[in-house]
Design a protein around this ligand. Structure first.
Ligand SMILES: Nc1nc2c(ncn2[C@@H]2O[C@H](COP(=O)(O)OP(=O)(O)OP(=O)(O)O)[C@@H](O)[C@H]2O)c(=O)[nH]1
Ligand SMILES: [Mg+2]
Length: 283
C-alpha cells in the first residue's frame, strides 16, 4: 500500500479561502490566512495522507493580479504558475458570496491553456443560498470543460470530505514524496516568518505589510525548555518606522504579543519573542 499520489494546485482570486482550505485539510495551520488581499505570497505545499493516497496541495498566491505588473505581482504570478505547473489537477476556488463571472471566465481561459483537469469549488456557502449558484454553474459549463463542481464552507467544515473523495479518484500509482509525518515542504523558520507577516497584515494597513521583509534570526531552546526567538523586520521607507512602532511603542507591542501567542500555540511551549526593526531593506 501507500503507493498513490495526486498533486492539486488550489487557485483562485485573493480571499477565496484557499489557505483556509489547505489548513483545514492538513489539520494544522501551515499557511497564513487574512481578510486582506494577497496574503499568500509563496506557494506552500500541504500534505495529507489518506489510506494509500498522498495528497499534495499547492496553496498558490491569489490570482487576481494576472494583468498587473508591479514587482509584487510579478513575484506572485511566477509562484502561482510554478504551483500550477507542478500539479496534476487544478482546484479553482471561488468565493460564492462574491462571484464575478467575467473575472472567472477570464481566469478559466488562462488556466485551461495548461490542459490540466479543473475542478471548481465554491467556498463560503455559509454566506449564501446554494441554489443561487445553479445558473452560474450552468453558464460556466456551457463554455468550459470542468470535471466537477463542489460547494464548500471551509469555515464550517462542510463539503471537504466529499471533495477529497473526488480528488482521490485522480490519484495515480507512485511512491509517496513525503514521509508519513511531514505536513509541508516549508521549515519552521519560514513558518515563523509567515506568522509575523500575518500579524503585521492584521494590525497595519495599506502598503506597509507588503513592503517589509522578515527574517527569523535566532531560535534557541532554553534549559527550562522555553523557546527564545528573534525576528528582524526590514522596512523600506523611513516613515514606516514610526507607524510600525506606534504611539509609545503600542503598535509593535500588539504585533509582538499577537505573534507570540500564535507561536506559543504552535509549539505548546513558553515563547520569548523579540522583534527588531531594521531600516533599508537589504534583501
Ligand atoms: N464566511 C466564510 N469565510 C471564510 C471561509 N473560508 C475562508 N474564509 C475567510 O476568508 C478570508 C480569506 O481567507 P484566506 O484563506 O486567507 O484566502 P486566500 O484565498 O488564501 O487569499 P490569498 O492568500 O490572498 O490569495 C479569511 O478571513 C477567512 O477567514 C468560509 O467558508 N466562510
Ligand atoms: Mg492564501
Amino acid at each position: 500500500m501507500k503507493n498513490k499520489i495526486i498533486k492539486i494546485s488550489i487557485v483562485g482570486r485573493t480571499n477565496a479561502g484557499k489557505s483556509t482550505l489547505i489548513n483545514q485539510i492538513v489539520g494544522e495551520k501551515i499557511s497564513i490566512q487574512n481578510k486582506k488581499i494577497n496574503t499568500t505570497q509563496e506557494t506552500i505545499i500541504g500534505v495529507k495522507n489518506i489510506k494509500d493516497t498522498q495528497f499534495l496541495f499547492y496553496d498558490t498566491p491569489g490570482s487576481n493580479f494576472l494583468k498587473s505588473l508591479n514587482s509584487l505581482s510579478i513575484k506572485l504570478k511566477k509562484n502561482l504558475w510554478n504551483g500550477i505547473d507542478e500539479s496534476d489537477l487544478i482546484l479553482y476556488m471561488i468565493d460564492a458570496s462574491l462571484v464575478n463571472l467575467n473575472f472567472v471566465f477570464d481566469q478559466l481561459e488562462k488556466i485551461k491553456e495548461t490542459k490540466k483537469k479543473i475542478i471548481i469549488a465554491f467556498n463560503k456557502t455559509d454566506l449564501i443560498l446554494n441554489k443561487k449558484l445553479l445558473p452560474i454553474i450552468s453558464k460556466i459549463n456551457q463554455v468550459f470543460k470542468i470535471e466537477s463542481f463542489f460547494t464548500l464552507s471551509v469555515k464550517k467544515n462542510i463539503g471537504i470530505y466529499e471533495l477529497l473523495k473526488e480528488i482521490d479518484k485522480y490519484a495515480y500509482p507512485s511512491k509517496w514524496i513525503y514521509t508519513e509525518n511531514e505536513i509541508t515542504d516549508k521549515d519552521d523558520k519560514f513558518f515563523l516568518n509567515e506568522l509575523l507577516r500575518e500579524s503585521m497584515l492584521t494590525f497595519l494597513h495599506k502598503e506597509i505589510p507588503y513592503n517589509i521583509n522578515i527574517i527569523t534570526s535566532n531560535f534557541k531552546i532554553l534549559k527550562n525548555s522555553d523557546i527564545k526567538i528573534k525576528q528582524k523586520i526590514y522596512f523600506k521607507e523611513k516613515r514606516y518606522k514610526k507607524i510600525i512602532l506606534g504611539k509609545k511603542g503600542s503598535m509593535i507591542k500588539k504585533i509582538r504579543e499577537d505573534c507570540q501567542n500564535k507561536i506559543t500555540k504552535f509549539f505548546s511551549k513558553k515563547i520569548h519573542l523579540y522583534l527588531e526593526l531594521i531600516p533599508n531593506d537589504r534583501n
